[in-house]
Design a protein around this ligand. Sequence first.
Ligand SMILES: [Ca+2]
Length: 384
Amino acid sequence: MPVTFIPALDGQTIVLGSTIYPDSDVHIDASALPGGLTLSGGGVTLLFQLLPGVERVDLTGLTLTAGFSSTTGGAVDNLGEITLLDCTLHGNSATGAGGAIRNSGKLTLVGCTLYGNSASQGGAIISATTGENFTRLARCTVAGNTASTRGGGLWNFRGETFLIRCTVTANSAAQHSGGGVAASGVAANSAFTRCLNTIIAGNAGSDVARMDAVGLNGFISGGHNLIGTGSALNAFIAAGDLVNVTDPRLAALAGYGGPTPTTPPYSGSAAIDAGGATANPYPVDQRGLPRLVDGDGMGGAQVDIGAVEYDGTEVSATVLNNANAGAGSLRSIPRLLPLRHPTDHLATSSVRHPAPAIGALGTARPPFSRLLLDPGSVLQFRHS
Ligand SMILES: [Ca+2]
């Protein structure tokens, strides 16, 4: 049964006083509203729960926010089969696992963004499936979610999870506990976390973590992933995999076109044109813009890694405060980080020339820019 909304509800919020339990074949679609439609749990209730046996439920063009569960799954608790298309899930929380979603059924997310959700485990999503059930994310962005223990973005506790052309960044968890994605291993829990053309980098508390001490690594690479750090790094040895990329050079989450906020790469990001020449099942990126773009000017259109294709247009950045460092500061701008170091010598040095990008220094790509440092300053190069 299709469910749509009258134009007068454009940009409006519906506050739910209790959970909605959809039946099979319910399709809730707000994509005709230019300003979208928000469903809020008011910080007190779970928004949707699909009971076992409920199938073919679709949510399109919705924003799900302020959902709350004292157990698992703040916005969506799925024991059936649900697909979310072009949805934004933010500001949801669970006392247990899965700040936005707990999935034990069949879950598909396409073109969705999950940000600012929080839980104990799995800041945005916990996946705990068996048998034919699965969690699949395609061209989605998972950014800025928080877990107090493991899996800041996702926690794959059990079963099959797929990350296809996704970007997972700026999430956080406890140290070494998968600020991006945490997963059990194969022997421990039959957990298979399959990644293809996906960025998992720039998260706090490691990017990819295998949480059990024994058995096989449950991460499986389909190739052309861009990964930062973590205990599961040794799974990313397929063609085109890039590892130890601690700074993926992604823009802050914001609206860059399309129905959902995203984190596009800046020029010089290792993600650009690194998606390989493999068959491309998605002609568009998360925003709905063309996927095959020559981003490095070297000729030949190549797919980028991650949810968003760099189109050659430099993303602008705005300094929000006069702090020396931290969110919104001048130093936080991605392309102004080439000399970042724990001892932070630049804090007491004078840079009298615009600093070059990391790529210009780290890859010895001329021409170099000149840096004039005060006496006593230490200049350190860091490969990225
Ligand atoms: Ca490209």
